[in-house]
Unconditional design. Structure first.
Lengths: 1130, 480
């Protein structure tokens, strides 16, 4: 409600502004319609200038017309414009037409019948689509090649009639189709077939600061059209983008699976930063998603990953992934991890056009990787694991154990076999409606979009609902000036499932009933007596097994929401035909809140002592306001002078990001009906409110130029100077630069003969240096914190936080790229290979210092890392016939990451990891933790080498560092045992069009990497036999001497450590998406009053085949989805 | 022009943390930075824990443990991982507090004009005194004693803010640095510290609320911070450590003769009403660390000295032995008030739980806030006794008897004993007085005498016992 009101007000304001501008324009336009000129020996240009000044009319003529040389004496007084023009042009071979206040000057066409010109013939014909030869194309422009005269357009049925000489070349142009030249033939009607441009977006590269012809660009960039993106995965922009470029890599998040509220972890061409240590120990699951993230630029402004994931895919015109230095250097200190440039659709002129889109998404949890034991198997497993033999634990005697066993057996025999896994899950139906209206004339265009989208998750109750609305105005008061304002309001509500972590259900024993005899949920389903090995009364402890479904039945909730208002205003001014000025300002205001309520009846408080009963129940509230202001201004210069083409941009930008977070925890609720925070008894005992404000600012200025000679030889150069508030005060400004060379070999004379085979062959070489600032602001300053929670008797104290390194700098990445762009058989086959090398130096890193300095570490630029790799993309137009067109695509990426140099702090971190891993209390023995070593990859798997299980004893044989064998595990023998980076990763797929149908599919594959199979450790060997386990724990473990088994003795309840035994090949093929659509024939659609009508079906994540059997989606399962969509344009 | 304004734009001031330059923009900032050092000192890794009752007192064999971790500490197993970590924690925290002092000292002379009244002298004096106090304790822990090896490598004495490691001073150089800083501080205090001229010591609830009545919070509780008499007392300690009896005696006498710190009244100490009970001889403290508001330490103290399984507790026999209850110690106030004899948990051994650091839980009030003693008057008497014995044994015995009498022990020492015997008597007394305050460990070390454990084991006076090894990080990451 608030959002709507806010938007309405803004619209009012905007309208006022626009009206004002319009009024100004009107007053300026009140020129006279007559001319008075008195000049001697004047050239035509001078005279045109006079007329322009007096009438406001503009002149338009090409360089080819003959105006030069002659001068004339003119004496005109209050002569009407048309007469004046007649007089002025009399002595030239020129004619004119007036179009909408513009005077177009053309060469006079030789008059009919005069001289030796051949006879004009009446030629007629039809223009059709080359793919099905049936769809006629209305509105195709036809020009005469010789004179460039416009001859006319095809009518509604695609028919045309022109009068030309036989043998003249006609040029047919139509939006979305390749231009075609045809020789005019008389006699019979001509049939002209136009081929659709395969990917017209691929002809240009959008860098966010300019749009450059692909042919003249040396940088490495991949562009994807919004429609293609939608075809792959209509529900996840990031997932679908990955299919077009495998070097845009999404890390598998095995913990959060298909949680609609989880943010993906992304890197482009490998990691260029080290994860920040902050004192903790890292395994791959706790790396933050903001680490190594590329910069996202939406319509010229940097936005967050969250913003991109919440974007309406229907609004996207194109996404460009910029990868090498030549492409990204204009972004300077933000460029080292790549730049993703997203442009949204601009409104098209014309009468009001409505575009409606509906999607229904059905999702179902994917549990194929879960193999848990059923009730009977579980009990058998418990018996084999020795759970019912006295002596293994002092907690029970044999009688008690027998009683326990038989009571469970009774449950099993009586038919209790609860499938806990399905309890928190659901199949979901998500809806999306989006409506886009656009229209207007050439001076004023508008677009309005509205969207509602709900994405329920497969865990009951989880989901994400997005509402957004936006308005775009394009206003051209004159041909040379364009104002554009875009306002978007987005509201997102996210809810987490109150069913908790999925892993809790996976662990529950199938012989536990959910409800008691009278149908009530059982809260405590079991109670284990555990020997704590402590002295005295504390030796035994009762550990209850609590029913997670009981928890889910309470009034708990965890939700967050944000409201974002974004306004972009831009001015585009063509100062001269070759010089433009573009200015943009953007303001984003995001208000986010998070609310979490835990019921006083929650299992969390099950063991709360009676004295604390009034403090049960908690409410956590957090708010985060972000205000982002971004402005940039640039001059764009484009000039073609004979064989020389220059394209240059000089610009500057300035951004400011403010983040204001506050939070508090309230405690003590009497029940879970009154969940408002106002019902809380008090704040958390000894708690206090938290608040944090961060502010970062960036100022940059840049110059980028492209020069090409005869479209053959290309040179690119970019320089950018960035200043950031995060840099130390000793080095506030950082220069970044790049250069590129390109050679369009296909334009060389010696390639002429091959042009039917090789139609494009471009070689590019680029190099440059870009940066990243992946450290929090203020690290470069010495700051104090107030000890607010702990006052001294004589007042509050302020304590130094860190040693501020005033010389702290950005990280620099040297970037080299060689690429080839090959088009064969008129682009029926394209092959684009690239090789790159990135060296990141000055990694921001903790440096250990003697603690007597008062600090144990400080941040400095120390450490180098390289990433090198290659990419290959191939597209083949495999089959083309009357009604059928088959395209195949495949891509591949390989990246190798190497740590070249690291600081002493990272080395001592490795020692700390050893200690942590060896400490039983941390429960980390079975997890391979991250360690760093020079010469190895960041993605190395560290564990102790193992030869497997000794068939005689069922014990594991370890290899010590010196190569000797032992049964005794020692954390110091930890070595690199694998690398999770695949040797090759990519996608392959294809699309088939048949008449009005389009079928496309996309497979993802990865080869040659390794993985540490955590499931085998956690769920087979280290599995607590008191809870449910993976079926392999029963079926495949060593049971008696002579068994050759992968798994150790079933009765061995000792800890299994991280060893190479669990390192497995990680090869994978999965069918990520299949898409089928049907477009209603245009003619039929027209009859129904529609311009376009399409129904489509997308299925995502339907098939998967992997070499390692892992439970996927630990806390939140993965899901498969099917989306039906309907798109209509009125 | 554009460049400088750009620079200004980029010079973002943090708002929820505060930048050094901003903090030291006014007098209040200096006060807050100084309070910050006290907060650090009162933390659990320093005087709110390890350096008062939690670590050095374990080494002084004051408690009895079954727990493996504490047994390792009590037997000086310096290679034990937990112990390495504890030592590193103490070392790092001390030097962190020292760095905080140095930040103040780095800035204060440049900003002298900001200060009103005597605040410049007070703040500078306190920062210097704290720096000396902390360094002296590091020296007493991590370096050989002056008596055993005065020219051995001691500790780095840090006087500036830098990330370059400072060279180690020898033991005697380090003591001299301590003395220099303390002397400068003492001079600064002499004319500025209200405790010198017009100050009365008492409980916060006394009539007129002495010590907490000043309108400026910063000027309250002079004894919770470094003051003129702390510098005198600490100088007495330091001179004694380097065997300079003359100066040591002079300094101890100055404190004693000032009569600023009245002896605690028997009725206050032997109170049965907990809300009126002085648990620590509050009025006799020259300086102490305020830990009343630190919830973590308060709950740690409860776990340490109360409940079913107190972490730190001696057996009753151990206490009987220390306080000589079989001889003339039976009526010792401390023996009767500081310990609560009880059986805990399922154990059959009776334990004596230390009552010194317990507070009444809110809202029931206490007579005085919870503090950890930094320097107490009785120590001045012990120092004076030791320093004057060679020249005036009767006077020395008088100092000794005075403390005993004020603790309820009736029979005075009348015959002049041999010096070694007198030192032995002093040690016994000091151990009673300093129970749970760690000073006794330093005394053993200074005098280079073995430490006797209740079990009958005696740890010989060697560097293996007395010199805590440097933390591995200090050795690994220094470059000189």
């Amino acid at each position: 409600m608030r959002g709507v009101k806010c938007k309405f007000l803004l619209v009012l304001k905007l309208t006022t502004v626009l009206l004002l501008i319009g009024a100004l324009h009107l007053s300026a336009a009140s020129y006279s319609q007559t001319v008075t000129i008195s000049r001697k020996n004047a050239t035509l240009e001078t005279l045109f200038g006079d007329i322009k000044q007096q009438t406001g009319y503009l002149f338009f003529y090409s360089e080819k017309i003959n105006t030069g040389g002659k001068t004339q004496n003119v004496e005109l007084k209050n002569v009407p414009l048309t007469d004046a023009l007649g007089i002025l042009l009399k002595s030239y071979d020129l004619t004119y037409t007036i179009v909408n206040k513009t005077i177009v000057i053309r060469n006079k066409v030789p008059e009919e019948g005069s001289g030796e010109a051949a006879k004009k013939a009446e030629i007629n014909g039809t223009v059709v689509d080359s793919i099905n030869n049936k769809t006629t194309l209305p509105g195709v422009s036809i020009t005469l090649k010789k004179t460039k005269t416009f001859l006319g357009q095809t009518n509604g049925n695609g028919e045309f009639k022109v009068a030309v000489d036989e043998g003249d070349i006609l040029v047919f142009t139509y939006i979305g189709y390749s231009t075609r030249e045809v020789k005019a033939v008389t006699g019979k009607p001509m049939l002209v077939k136009l081929g659709q441009k395969m990917n017209n977006i691929n002809d240009v590269v959008v860098t966010g600061y300019q749009v450059i012809k692909r042919d003249n660009y040396t940088g490495s960039a991949i562009s994807v059209k919004g429609d293609d993106l939608k075809r792959v995965n209509p529900n996840n922009i990031i997932q679908s983008l990955a299919a077009f470029d495998p070097s845009f890599r999404i890390d598998q998040n095995n913990l959060l699976g298909s949680d609609p509220n989880a943010l993906p972890k992304i890197n482009v061409r490998g990691s260029t930063t080290l994860p920040s240590l902050n004192g903790g120990v890292l395994d791959r699951n706790n790396l933050s998603s903001s680490y190594n993230l590329p910069a996202f630029i939406l319509d010229g402004f940097e936005v967050s990953l969250q913003k991109v994931t919440d974007l309406d895919i229907n609004r996207i015109a194109s996404i460009t992934i910029l990868k090498d230095a030549a492409a990204t250097a204009v972004y300077g200190s933000r460029a080292a991890n790549g730049v993703i440039v997203i442009t949204t659709k601009a409104p098209k002129p014309g009468k009001l056009q409505l575009n409606y889109n509906y999607e229904l998404t059905v999702t179902a949890p994917d549990l194929t990787d879960y193999h848990v034991l059923n009730a009977a198997q579980k009990l058998e497993y418990e018996k084999l694991a020795g759970l019912y033999v006295a002596g293994t634990s002092a907690a029970y005697n044999q009688d008690q154990l027998d009683e326990m066993y038989y009571s469970r057996l009774k449950n099993v025999v009586s038919g209790i076999n609860t499938y806990w896994l399905s309890q928190p899950l659901q199949n979901t139906f998500g809806h999306k409606h989006s409506l886009y209206a656009e229209g207007g004339d050439t001076t004023f265009r508008y677009g309005v979009d509205l969207r509602y989208q709900n994405t329920p998750g497969v865990m009951k109750g989880s989901g994400r609902t997005r509402y957004s609305g936006g308005m775009v105005f394009n206003y051209n008061p004159t041909r040379n000036l364009l104002f554009r304002n875009e306002l978007t309001v987005t509201q997102v509500d996210a809810t987490d499932s109150k069913y908790g972590d999925f892993s809790t259900y996976v662990r529950m024993n199938p012989y536990y009933p959910i409800r008691d005899g009278s149908g009530n949920l059982i809260r405590e389903v079991a109670n284990w007596r555990v020997d704590t090995h402590a002295e005295g009364a504390d030796q035994f402890k009762n550990v209850p097994v609590l029913n997670p479904l009981y928890e889910a039945s309470l009034g708990n909730f965890s939700k967050n929401a944000y409201l974002e208002v974004l306004d972009n205003l831009s001015i585009d001014w063509k100062i001269t035909p070759s010089l433009r000025f573009i200015g943009l300002v953007s303001i984003t205001d995001n208000k986010a809140t998070a609310d979490q309520f835990i019921s006083p009846y929650s299992n969390v408080f099950y063991l709360t002592p009676a004295s604390e009963i009034q403090n049960r129940g908690s409410y956590t509230y957090a708010s985060n306001n972000t205000l982002n202001i971004d402005g940039n201004a640039r001059f764009v210069y484009n000039k073609l002078m004979g064989d020389h083409a220059i394209n240059a941009v000089l610009g500057a930008n300035i951004t400011s990001d403010k983040n204001d977070a506050k939070s508090f925890v309230a405690r003590g609720f009497s029940n879970d009906k009154f969940t408002n925070v106002g019902f809380a008894r008090s704040y958390e005992p000894d708690g206090r409110p938290n608040g944090n404000i961060t502010l970062t600012r960036l100022v940059g200025t840049f110059l980028t130029t492209n020069y090409s000679y005869k479209n053959k030889y290309l040179i690119d150069g970019t320089f950018r100077l960035d200043g950031s508030s995060a840099f130390g005060s000793n080095s506030r400004f950082a220069p970044f630069y790049s250069g590129g060379l390109g050679w369009n070999i296909h334009r060389e004379g010696f390639m002429k003969g091959l042009s039917s085979v090789i139609n494009r062959m471009k070689l590019t070489v680029t190099a440059g240096m870009v940066g990243s600032v992946d450290f929090p602001p203020y690290l470069s300053k010495t700051t104090y914190s107030y000890q607010t929670a702990n006052w001294y008797s004589t007042g509050i104290g302020a304590v130094v936080n860190n040693y501020g390194n005033e010389s702290l700098k950005w990280q620099k990445t040297d970037n080299y790229d060689v690429g080839l762009d090959l088009g064969l058989f008129n682009d029926r086959v394209t092959v684009i290979p690239h090789y790159y090398y990135k060296l990141t130096h000055g990694l921001v890193n903790d440096i250990n210092i003697a603690p007597s300095t008062g600090f144990s570490t400080y941040k400095a630029n120390l450490g180098d890392m390289t990433n090198k790799g290659y990419e290959l993309a191939v597209t083949v137009n495999a089959y083309r016939a009357k009604d059928i067109n088959v395209n195949l695509t495949a891509n591949l990426a390989h990246n190798k990451n190497t740590i070249v140099k690291i600081s002493n702090a990272l080395k001592s971190y490795n020692n700390m990891v050893d200690t942590m891993q060896a400490n039983v209390k941390n429960n980390l023995q079975g997890t391979p933790l991250l360690r760093y070593q020079e010469g190895l990859s960041l993605n190395t798997i560290w564990a102790v080498k193992s030869l497997g299980i000794d068939p005689e004893t069922g014990k594991e044989i370890y290899v010590k560092r010196d190569g000797s064998l032992t049964y005794d595990y020692n954390v110091k023998d930890t070595q690199p045992v694998g690398d999770i980076t695949p040797k090759a990763e990519g996608y392959f797929g294809g699309s088939v069009t048949y008449k009005q149908f389009l079928l496309s599919f996309s497979f993802h594959y990865q080869l040659g990497g390794q993985m540490y199979n955590q499931t085998l450790v956690d769920r087979v060997e280290n599995a607590d036999p008191r809870f449910n386990v993976d079926s392999r724990a029963l079926e495949e473990r060593w049971k008696k001497p002579g068994d050759i088994s992968f798994y150790k003795n079933i009765a061995d309840l000792g800890t299994t450590y991280a060893t190479s035994r669990f390192v497995q090949k990680d090869n994978l093929v999965e069918l990520r998406s299949v898409y089928l659509s049907y477009d209603l024939n245009r003619i039929v659609a027209k009859k129904l009053g529609l311009q376009m009508f399409r129904v489509a079906l997308t299925a995502n994540d339907i098939f998967r085949s992997a070499s390692a059997g892992v439970e996927r989606g630990i806390d939140y399962p993965f899901a498969r989805s099917l989306t039906c969509s309907l798109q209509a344009t009125f | 022009m554009a460049f400088t304004s750009c620079k200004k734009f980029l010079d973002v001031k943090p708002t929820s943390q505060i930048e050094q330059d901003q903090l030291f923009e006014n007098e209040q900032g200096f006060k807050e930075a100084l309070n910050g050092v006290y907060t650090l000192c009162a933390a659990q890794s320093l005087y709110g824990g390890s350096l008062t009752f939690g670590y050095l007192d374990i080494m002084a064999q004051n408690y009895d443990f079954t727990d493996v971790g504490y047994t390792n500490i009590a037997s000086f197993n310096y290679t034990y991982v937990d112990m390495i970590n504890r030592n590193a924690d103490i070392w790092n925290s001390s030097y962190r507090a020292i760095a905080n002092c140095n930040y103040i000292l780095n800035n204060i002379d440049k900003k002298k004009s900001l200060f009103t009244g005597h605040n410049y002298e007070l703040i500078k004096g306190e920062a210097l005194a704290l720096r000396a106090y902390l360094h002296f304790d590091m020296l007493r822990m991590f370096a050989p004693s002056y008596k055993s090896k005065p020219n051995a490598s001691g500790i780095p004495y840090i006087t500036s803010v830098t990330i370059k490691s400072t060279k180690f001073s020898t033991v005697s150089q380090a003591i001299d640095s301590v003395i220099t800083d303390l002397k400068t501080a003492r001079t600064l205090f002499r004319s500025s510290d209200p405790i010198v001229s017009n100050y009365s010591v008492g409980y916060p609830g006394d009539d007129g609320a002495p010590e907490v009545s000043d309108a400026d919070l910063f000027m309250q509780n002079r004894r919770h911070r470094m003051n003129y008499f702390t510098t005198c007392g600490e100088l007495a300690r330091a001179y004694l450590y380097k065997n300079d009896m003359v100066n040591s005696l002079a300094m101890a006498r100055e404190v004693i003769n000032s009569n600023r710190f009245p002896a605690t009244n028997g009725t206050d100490f032997n109170q049965s009403d907990n809300t009126k009970k002085d648990r620590i001889f509050y009025k006799e403290l020259i300086s102490c660390w305020y830990i009343n508001d630190n919830k973590d330490i308060k709950s740690f103290l409860l776990a340490a000295f109360a409940g079913d399984a107190p972490l730190f507790s001696p057996t009753s026999t151990q206490i009987d032995d220390i306080y000589e209850s079989g001889a003339d110690g039976a009526d010792d106030w401390r023996y009767r008030q500081w310990f609560f004899k009880t059986k805990v948990g399922s154990s059959s051994i009776e334990r004596a739980l230390l009552q010194k650091y317990l507070t009444n839980t809110a809202p029931v009030k206490n007579l005085h806030p919870l503090v950890a003693p930094a320097l107490r008057l009785s120590e001045m008497y012990y120092i004076a006794a030791e320093a004057s014995f060679d020249t005036d044994p009767l006077k020395a015995m008088d100092y000794y008897n005075k403390v005993r009498r004020s603790r309820g022990i009736g029979n005075d020492l009348t015959d002049i004993p041999a010096r070694a015997d007198f030192i032995g008597l002093l040690l016994k007394e000091a151990r009673k007085e300093f129970y749970g305050e760690s000073q006794i460990f330093y005394m053993y070390k200074r005098l280079n005498v073995p430490i006797k454990a209740a079990s009958g084991v005696s740890y010989p006076a060697t560097d293996k016992v007395f010199v805590i090894p440097l933390p591995p990080d200090e050795e690994a990451f220094r470059n000189n």
